[in-house]
Design a protein around this ligand. Structure first.
Ligand SMILES: Nc1ncnc2c1ncn2[C@@H]1O[C@H](COP(=O)(O)OP(=O)(O)OP(=O)(O)O)[C@@H](O)[C@H]1O
Length: 703
């Protein structure tokens, strides 16, 4: 009998041959550039098929499930891949798309019993699983076959073996798809109802970002008639992060999804009527030289709150209520339009239109009224004179109507509030990050919302740094509350403007529209790293669950004692030892300034690191140097945290969270260079972790 490996090798050769044949057939058909819509649709279909075949050619499938439907005798092997493939000769399905209903069994089947089911469009299909097999193919070569379930054999529930094989790999400079190893709790989120606003609280490395991107791909497949990629949008914290995640959707065969930051998007909405003040100064204050007092952050949080939103709405209502002057329009002697008539047009007939549009409508209507009135005048000469006069009257009448830009109106509102809420001093058009949401809201009220800017689905990553007001704005831009909102409250290092509890965001929706999920297993880092990092932050965790590691053991976390003078030498030694063995290594500093200094020193020592500072739009991988607060969302094979002393990381909530974020960026190795006196955060962590055997020791040196 053939071994599973040989069996799969033959199958692979067979499938690849069919893929090639199909590619050849398609290559023989030229592209269509004419105007016939039927031909255009056929051409688009062929293009999609070409893209799918390109994906299938590299790795046609990754899993196999042998399933016997209830009341049938045939056991059917179902091959599951990133895209579906059909045998052109027989019409049989060669490979089923991972998003198809039947594929859900591959992710939900745990092997506890041989029974399984899936929900097809025609109802629930039940049956028996005979085999669940993971198949690793790279560049058309079969690399590995792991049976995680064989009916009747003792060998069940070894799913982790394949997962661990995947997790142990080094990562390059891009986030990757995880279709072959999606875990049950992740799959539940990916396949969740379209019209739910999903909030995911997930520990570092639990796959939040990855899951959100897979959910997009799933929604596009499941609701292909209703959802289009151009109508989906991803909000991410910065451009570098967008670059870092940019390969996942194309890998899943999804293109054209807009990816942006809230600030860039909001500025687009405002059409450059404002200038966003650089956030560098404030970030520097918050992360680097924070002194007591949080006046600035209180204002930022207030301006991001639903309370402030309600205040803005109330003032807008008042503005609207007094918008139309309470006086008639007098065209000429004895000819006037009563104020009540004009108000009726504005407040009743045009009430569904935005404010400024209504104003235009009223003016156009007065003009039409004038035209009919002119006709009543018999002689030409007085008519010409009267027309001129009436036009001038209309111009001066309309001048008595309010005429604010959103920014002017907002500035006026702020001036009416206590002084500390004022606009920033500086250029006239300059605003702060937290002013963006109210300004977009005012713009909508004045000029309306462009239907092109209404999305079928919105992803909000690192949502703990988003304000409720911002989310409320986005809700207006979303059809049917279809949101994926993800983040981690233990990583809320921008708490001066973000949220501290998910309740704050959930309140933007009706309660029956929201579903909350938790992802508590960390897939990124080894057990040793997760245990160590948990100790750092546990004091500040409150109700938030700490990360559970996957059972993947690696090297102990190494805390290396390095005094000021020897710090550079120790770092160089460490790099020489580790860098060649990994694809990505980050040196994480406490501040931007220190990142720059180390960068210069490494350059002088012949290294070629990439310096990552705020505003960076690209992530290149390899050796990176960056301040800790910019490392959020990223991951590296190895991480070196520098300057773990009580000056750089004193024992407070922000520093604990920063250190936690930094440590949880590491997949396989974590090194901490510690100076005297060592940071109390790591002192505590160290004592606990040493007991658990996760840390090699405080004074270990690099040899
Ligand atoms: N089911 C899985 N199979 C294989 N790898 C996984 C799985 N889930 C997550 N990962 C891997 O774990 C790492 C972390 O994923 P991701 O960045 O999406 O997590 P996150 O929750 O957004 O993390 P953070 O909060 O730290 O930004 C990635 O390398 C991802 O490929």
């Amino acid at each position: 009998m053939d071994t599973p490996f040989n069996e799969e090798k033959k199958k692979l050769a067979d499938v690849l041959k069919k893929v090639e044949q199909q590619q050849k057939t398609l290559d023989g058909i030229p592209r269509y550039y004419g105007k016939d819509p039927v031909e255009q649709a056929l051409d688009a279909q062929r293009q999609k098929q070409r893209q799918n075949l390109d994906i299938a050619k590299k790795e046609p499938y990754f899993g196999r499930l042998d399933f016997q439907e209830q009341q049938t005798s045939r056991v059917v092997p179902i091959y599951i891949g990133k895209v579906g493939l059909q045998d052109e000769d027989t019409g049989d399905l060669l490979v089923v798309d991972w998003r198809a209903p039947v594929s859900s069994m591959f992710y939900s089947f745990s092997g506890q019993s041989d029974r399984a089911y899936y929900d097809s469009p025609d109802g629930r299909i039940e049956g028996t699983v005979h085999l669940k097999r993971n198949i690793a193919i790279r560049n058309q070569q079969l690399e590995r076959v792991v049976d995680s379930y064989v009916r009747g054999s003792e060998n069940v529930n070894v799913t982790d073996e394949f997962l661990l094989y995947r997790l142990e790999e080094n990562k390059d400079h891009r986030l990757r798809d995880i279709v072959s190893t999606i875990q049950y709790e992740q799959d539940q989120i990916i396949r969740a109802e379209r019209n739910w606003a999903i909030i995911i609280q997930g520990v570092p490395g639990s796959g939040k970002t990855t899951v959100a991107l897979h959910r997009l791909a799933y929604l596009l497949y499941r609701y292909q008639e209703k959802i289009r990629p151009e109508k989906m949008i991803i909000f991410a914290p910065n451009q570098m992060f967008i670059d870092y995640i940019s390969d996942v959707l194309p890998e899943l065969g999804v293109g054209d999804v807009k990816q942006t930051t809230f600030a860039d998007w909001a500025l687009e909405q405002l059409e450059e009527q404002v200038e966003l003040r650089s956030q560098d100064e404030r970030l520097e204050w918050w992360f680097e030289q924070r002194t007591e007092g949080t006046k600035g952050s209180e204002v930022a949080r207030f301006k991001g709150s639903i309370r402030f939103m309600q205040l803005v709405e109330k003032r807008l209502d008042e503005y609207e209520a007094s918008f139309v002057p309470d006086r008639p329009f007098v065209a000429w002697e004895n000819k006037h339009l009563p104020a009540e008539e004009i108000q009726k047009w504005f407040y009743e007939e045009y009430r569904h239109e935005p404010l400024m549009k209504r104003k235009e409508r009223v003016m156009a209507r007065i003009k039409r009224w004038l035209e009919t009135e002119y006709k009543e005048i018999r002689h030409l000469d007085p008519r010409r004179e009267i027309k001129k006069k009436a036009s001038a009257q209309l111009r001066s009448f309309m001048k008595t109507w309010p005429n604010h830009t959103p920014l002017k109106w907002y500035q006026q509102l702020l001036r009416s509030l206590p002084a500390e809420y004022g606009m920033v001093a500086g250029k006239k058009k300059e605003i702060e990050w937290e002013d963006l949401a109210p300004l977009v809201a005012i713009k909508h009220r004045f000029f309306g919302l462009d239907a092109k800017e209404v999305y079928d689905h919105i992803v909000l990553d690192e949502a703990q740094d988003v304000s409720p007001y911002q989310l409320a704005i986005l809700k207006k831009h979303c059809r049917g509350n279809s949101f994926t909102i993800l983040g981690d409250l233990l990583q809320n290092i921008y708490s001066f403007r973000g949220i501290t509890e998910w309740r704050e965001l959930a309140e933007v929706f009706d309660q029956d529209q929201v579903r909350k999920f938790e992802l508590n297993t960390s897939y990124r880092s080894t057990m040793e790293i997760i245990r160590f990092a948990n100790q750092i932050v546990s004091k500040y965790a409150g109700d938030v669950a700490l990360a559970k590691p996957v059972y993947r053991s690696g090297e102990p976390v190494r805390v290396i004692h390095a005094g000021r003078e020897e710090r550079m030498e120790k770092l160089l030694q460490l790099l020489r030892q580790t860098f060649a063995k990994v694809q990505s290594l980050a040196i994480i500093m406490r501040t931007e300034e220190e990142s720059r200094k180390i960068y210069e020193q490494l350059l002088a020592n012949g290294w070629q690191p990439n310096l990552i500072l705020s505003g960076q739009t690209e992530y290149r991988g390899g050796l990176s140097i960056l301040p800790v607060y910019l490392s959020k969302g990223m991951e590296f094979d190895a991480v070196v945290m520098m300057d773990l002393d009580d000056q750089h990381y004193p024992d407070d909530e922000l520093n604990a969270k920063l250190l936690f974020v930094g440590c949880t960026r590491a997949l396989h190795q974590l090194y901490l260079l510690c100076n005297d006196p060592c940071s109390p955060l790591i002192g505590r962590s160290l004592a606990d972790a040493v007991q658990e055997g996760a840390v090699e020791g405080l004074l270990s040196s690099v040899d």
